[in-house]
Write a protein that binds this ligand. Structure first.
Ligand code: CTP
Ligand code: MG
Length: 230
């Protein structure tokens, strides 16, 4: 079974509020995207890695960002994360029957979590990294009134990687697009719409998503700790 990885990296990073694209933001001197690519390559599980970048910026993302690696290809992303993933999905070669999707915004992925999720997806067809919620979660109406409090012991905060059988993920994207569902914030939600079961695998509280500037400070501390442990 050959596996491919997709890294959506074509977002603008509006919540970071910086002039450069979020995926190129330096973290201890290395861009977020490069941390994510390196973690996937380190797992040695992927024969192909597709990076969705802003259309027209393929060369500037490639240039100097990542050491030349024939397994890594840069693809023009779309206006939404969902479209960026779909554009990469269309390029994957026929021999790959399993696909991992991992956001460029999560630089602290370890090879071990990646392999755990991939292996579970090989068994079940669909698996995602997630961690149990520490905070109590409330659902609220648009005018800010609490409508429900889900039982915290059943609330998981979802991360990437998310891994799927290739045909399942392609069908999920096709169905969503046909139905006009275009703003998914993860791929599992598209697979759920097909009615297929998605397994949860323990991720890590360290596998954080960089969304706003203070997330970078946390990443730096975690990386310094990891360096000391080596
Ligand atoms: N992404 C993408 N294509 C888009 C939008 C997002 O490939 N059109 C990617 C981002 O680059 C990121 C991942 O999807 O790696 C998760 O999205 P998010 O964290 O929301 O990043 P941004 O969309 O860049 O940030 P913001 O929503 O603050 O603008
Ligand atoms: Mg976004």
């Amino acid at each position: 079974m050959r596996a491919a990885a997709i890294i959506p990296a074509a977002g603008r990073g509006e919540r970071m509020g910086a002039a450069i694209p979020k995926a190129l933001t330096p973290l201890l001197g290395k861009p977020l995207l490069a941390w994510a690519v390196d973690a996937l390559l380190e797992s040695e599980a992927f024969s192909e890695v597709y990076v969705a970048v802003p259309a027209g910026k393929e060369d500037s993302f490639r240039g100097g960002l990542i050491e030349a690696n024939p397994r890594v290809r840069f693809i023009a992303g779309g206006a939404t994360r969902q479209e960026s993933v779909a554009n990469c999905l269309a390029e994957i070669s026929a021999e790959c029957d399993i696909v991992a999707v991992h956001d460029a915004a999560r630089p602290l992925l370890t090879a071990s979590i990646c392999l755990d999720v991939l292996n579970r997806a090989r068994e079940t067809g669909a698996a995602i990294a997630a961690v149990p919620a520490k905070d109590t979660v409330k659902l609220c109406s648009e005018d800010g009134i609490v409508t429900d409090t889900p039982d915290r012991s059943r609330v998981w905060l979802v991360q990437t990687p998310q891994c799927f059988g290739r045909e399942l993920l392609v069908s999920a994207h096709e169905k969503a697009r046909a139905e006009g569902f275009v703003l998914a914030t993860d791929d599992a939600s598209l697979v759920e719409r097909l009615g297929a079961p998605v397994s949860v695998v323990m991720g890590s509280y360290e596998n954080i998503k960089v969304t706003t500037p203070e997330d970078l400070l946390v990443c730096e501390q975690i990386l310094r700790k990891r360096r000391k442990e080596k």
